[in-house]
Design a protein around this ligand. Structure first.
Ligand code: AMP
Ligand code: ZN
Length: 446
């Protein structure tokens, strides 16, 4: 990477419905990649799109537009639908301790950039116009299909439905769609009033925030054969060179013998699991126990195991928290080296966990082990620093909690002088305040 900064793009959610825990596995993997990059000492510039236009019910651009379907189903505008489901998705991501990317970009917020990108592809001779819109000419890009290992036969999948008899090759895909009269989401363009195809948004958003070089690009495994092939072709057509260095794809969360999916209806959301008494960290530990490149089977038995493990982890961690035994520096370094090695090896989360257990099971309680595990948590994301003895949380005197509340009020009133004074008073009493999002905070005993 240039300047020690990893440019990272991940294909985000289509915000037309609840995101289930299969989707959450995808965002957990995104987060693991992000945390791995940072743990290994790089900076990160991370972009995730939000698909709020142009994604059909099939990823091959067939069927109905998902946003329009949801809009009819719920009698809301596509914009309201997008906002509602994105907020729910974001809340679940935050509960799972998934760090927010530096840039989160809804496709509808960059229609001008998308139009300019399509124009460049046309100007460079890689696309053509029909009465239905602008199509990418896959015959102009000889490497089309190389990523997913598509053969000539598979390239013909487009022939299954004849969307546009003017299409030159079956695999050609749409960049800009001329809208039918009853279509809700539409914008002016040089080719008529319409809306972007689904694939172009990722190329345009990647280009806008990361430029012509992307180190790492990820997404679900189903994107390998169509969506990402198309992205590669679009990028090449605009830039004249490859843009993405490394592609990675996560395998799916399975349930009852198939992919957990909205269309089958066999789904659980994080809220469903919380209602059944599981915590987001139980689910995160469950996710960590499998490698992203293999399908992971969801069962309640496995989730129970993860919950037991998390409870055990809490107990062992607290045992070490105030432990007086010393652990050799070289021993700590060895644990760290192993941990980093496993992360660097295609983010091997199960093996990284085994290092954590190994260290925790050291039967001489030691603060050194505690600090080591808290360091590991920069990658694991299990909120381990928040784990406290039951009585530790009760200990905060009302004098301190009152001051903290007054400070929150002062901050809301933008009276920063008063809020600083209150912080000092709290500090004199032996506590500090950790400010969080939305004016929330945590009181910590020093
Ligand atoms: P969607 O909102 O359907 O576009 O999906 C958002 C992300 O979740 C995509 O990257 C999908 O690949 C991913 N996804 C959907 N279902 C699953 C599943 N069962 N397991 C893992 N990832 C999934
Ligand atoms: Zn994408």
């Amino acid at each position: 990477p240039i300047d020690n900064t990893v440019n990272f793009y991940f294909c985000g959610p289509t915000v037309y419905w609840y995101q289930h825990i299969g989707n959450m596995r995808a965002f957990f993997v995104m987060d693991s990649m992000r945390r791995a990059v940072k743990y290994l000492g790089y900076n990160i510039n991370h972009v995730m799109n939000i698909t709020d236009v142009g994604h059909m019910t099939s990823d091959q651009d067939e069927g109905e537009d998902r946003m329009e379907l949801a809009s009819k189903r719920e009698s809301k505008s596509p914009h309201e639908i997008a906002e509602f489901y994105w907020n729910l998705c974001k809340r679940d991501m935050q509960e799972l301790n998934i760090e927010m990317p530096e840039h989160i970009c809804p496709a509808t917020s960059v229609i001008d950039d998308i139009i300019a990108f399509v124009q460049d592809i046309l100007d460079n001779g890689y696309a053509y116009i029909t009465k239905n819109g602008v199509y990418f000419d896959t015959s102009k890009y000889p490497k089309y299909g190389a990523l997913g290992g598509m053969n000539q036969n598979e390239k013909k999948f487009g022939a299954r439905i004849e969307i546009d008899s003017e299409k030159k090759n079956p695999a050609d895909f749409v960049l800009w769609v001329i809208a039918k009269d009853n279509h809700i989401q539409k914008w002016n363009s040089p080719w008529g009033v319409g809306y972007p195809g689904w694939h172009i948004e990722c190329s345009a958003i990647g280009n806008k925030f990361l430029g012509e070089h992307i180190d790492l690009h990820g997404g679900g495994v189903e994107h390998k054969t169509v969506h990402h092939e198309n992205e590669i072709a679009q990028n090449y057509a605009k830039c004249g060179h490859e843009v993405v260095d490394i592609w990675f794809h996560l395998e799916h969360l399975m349930f009852n013998g198939g992919k957990m999916s909205k269309s089958k209806g066999d789904i659980y959301t994080l809220t469903n699991l919380k209602d059944k008494g599981y915590s987001p960290c139980d689910l995160r530990l469950f996710f960590l126990s499998a490698h992203y490149s293999k399908p992971q089977n969801f069962t309640f038995e496995a989730l129970d195991n993860a919950r037991d493990s998390y409870n055990n982890l809490k107990k062992l961690l607290l045992k070490h928290k105030n432990g007086e035994n010393k652990v050799e520096k070289s021993q700590i370094e060895q644990y760290k080296e192993k941990f980093s090695e496993y992360i660097a090896d295609d983010i091997n989360t199960p093996l990284s966990l085994s290092v954590m257990w190994d260290a925790l099971k050291n039967n001489k309680p030691s603060k050194d082990i505690y600090s080591l595990i808290i360091d590991f948590d920069r990658f694991l994301g299990l909120r381990l620093a928040d784990i406290k003895e039951d009585n530790e949380t009760l200990e905060i005197p009302t004098e301190v909690t009152t001051l903290a509340e007054q400070r929150k009020q002062a901050r809301l009133n933008k009276d920063y002088r008063q809020s600083d004074e209150l912080r000092d008073k709290i500090s004199d009493l032996g506590y500090s305040i950790l400010d969080k999002q939305n004016n929330e905070y945590e009181i910590i005993k020093r």
